[in-house]
Design a protein around this ligand. Structure first.
Ligand code: ADP
Ligand code: MG
Ligand code: MG
Length: 210
């Protein structure tokens, strides 16, 4: 059956993701040490701790909570990832309805809105070795599932698989955006840290929302 969109449902997702980021702070920072400045884990950890502290009962609906989560990330994370993840949650908030049952088409449209926001803000193209490669692959999988008439849960599972594939594809790419681009060819052979944290976000959604 289709879940009902609510502040509690969204809060469960955000808190689960904050836990996942906490457990993976060192892993994400180690990835960023290879091709960046070794702060992606701490950036995401600081931001998601602030998001997890938001009280869902103080928001009128799920979109309001998502918008506040986005603004919280923008204001608490200094690095590139703050405004990009912040934009993602803001766009989810403007795309999703205030209430109603979640289906595959609603999911795909919201994820696409989030992706478009990240691209508008960061100007990354496919293949630039960023979190866009992960999210774009997840969006493609969600849209395909929606077009095939799959359920919300099936579309989320497909999106999670797509996210993992998009994340793994960043290993062989040469970075063209963000700090890793300073390394040029030497960025090849390393997983992009933002793609890793984005795959964790979609995986968290698949475990908590469906
Ligand atoms: P900073 O690079 O400022 O230290 P983080 O380490 O927190 O910030 O985040 C780095 C991640 O941000 C990268 O691994 C990449 O996925 C993502 N990123 C950086 N710049 C862009 C961009 N212009 N568009 C999309 N993603 C980007
Ligand atoms: Mg960094
Ligand atoms: Mg930094």
């Amino acid at each position: 059956s289709m879940p009902e969109l609510s502040t509690q449902l969204v809060s469960t997702w955000l808190k689960d993701y904050a836990d996942v980021i906490n457990e993976n702070t060192n892993y994400l920072t180690d990835l960023d040490r290879q091709i960046g400045d070794a702060d992606h884990g701490s950036n995401m950890s600081r931001g998601m701790a602030a998001v997890a502290a938001l009280d869902p009962t103080t928001f009128p609906d799920a979109p309001a909570l998502l918008k506040k989560a986005g603004m919280t990330l923008v204001s608490t994370v200094g690095g590139a990832s703050g405004p990009l993840y912040g934009t993602f949650f803001l766009r989810l908030g403007t795309s999703l309805p205030a209430a109603g049952q979640l289906d595959a088409a609603t999911l795909a449209a919201a994820m696409k809105a989030g992706l478009d926001g990240i691209v508008a803000r960061g100007k990354a193209s496919l293949g630039d070795k960023t979190l866009v490669d992960c999210l774009s692959s997840a969006v493609d999988a969600a849209q395909k599932a929606a077009n095939e008439g799959k359920s919300f849960a099936e579309a989320l599972a497909a999106a999670s698989k797509g996210a993992d594939e998009g994340r793994d594809a960043t290993v062989d790419m040469i970075a063209r955006r963000g700090r890793a681009s300073y390394l040029g060819e030497r960025s090849k052979g390393h997983l992009d840290p933002g793609a890793a944290s984005m795959a964790m976000l979609i995986d968290s959604a698949a475990r908590t929302l469906a």
